[in-house]
Design a protein around this ligand. Structure first.
Ligand code: NI
Length: 182
C-alpha cells in the first residue's frame, strides 16, 4: 500500500520556513511521517509502483515537504537493482566538506517542484554530516557524489531553500566551468 502522504508544491510558502530542531523521545507523528516518506520514496523508485500510482521517482523528502516544520529528512538510495539503502536523518549538521564542487548535469529534481527546471546547483563533492537517528543517537555519515548532493538538497529544505532558488535566473549555467558534472 502506498502511504498516504501529501507533498507540498513549491507554491506553498511553508516550504520557505526554517524548520525547528527535533527533541527526543521522538513524537509519534514525526516517526510515522519519516517512515511513510521512506516507504513512499522506495515505491517511487520501483517501476511497478511508480506506474501503478503515477509517482515521480524521488530520492529524498524533508518533513517540511509534508507540512511539518521540523529538522529531519529521509533519503532512499538504490545501491543495487531492487536493493535500497535508507537514511533517516534528524537534526543534521555538515561538519566538514570538500573544496571540490559538483553539479547534477541533467538537473536536480524535487518532489515539490512539478515543472522542469534547467540550471546548475553547486554542491560539495563530499561532505561529512552529523545527525541523530530515531532513538536520538548521534551518527556520522561520509557522503559523496549523488548521495552528497541528495543530503545537501534535503538540508537546504530544512532552511527553507529549494534548489530552484539557487539557480541564477538570468544565467542558469553560471559557474559551471568551476565544477565537475556528475
Ligand atoms: Ni526537494
Amino acid at each position: 500500500m502506498l502511504p498516504k502522504i501529501k507533498i507540498l508544491d513549491e507554491k506553498n510558502k511553508m516550504l520557505h520556513m526554517v524548520s525547528k530542531d527535533i527533541t527526543f523521545p521522538l513524537d509519534n507523528k514525526i516517526k510515522t511521517a519519516l517512515e511513510d516518506s521512506l516507504k513512499y520514496l522506495e515505491m517511487s523508485q520501483i517501476e511497478k509502483y511508480s506506474e501503478k500510482y503515477h509517482l515521480r521517482p524521488g530520492m529524498g523528502l524533508a518533513l517540511i515537504q509534508l507540512g511539518i516544520p521540523k529538522r529531519a529528512f529521509v533519503v532512499v538510495d538504490e545501491v543495487d537493482e531492487g536493493k535500497f539503502e535508507k537514511y533517516i536523518i534528524i537534526n543534521p549538521k555538515i561538519i566538514s566538506h570538500s573544496e571540490e564542487l559538483i553539479y547534477v548535469e541533467e538537473g536536480e529534481g524535487c518532489l515539490s517542484v512539478n515543472r522542469p527546471v534547467d540550471g546548475v546547483v553547486a554542491r560539495y563533492a563530499r561532505i561529512k554530516v552529523e545527525a541523530q537517528d530515531l532513538e536520538g543517537n548521534v551518527c556520522t555519515y561520509r557522503l559523496r557524489e549523488d548521495l552528497s548532493v541528495a543530503f545537501q538538497h534535503e538540508l537546504d529544505h530544512l532552511n527553507g531553500i529549494l534548489f530552484v532558488d539557487k539557480i541564477d535566473k538570468k544565467d542558469p549555467f553560471k559557474g559551471k566551468d568551476r565544477m565537475r558534472a556528475i
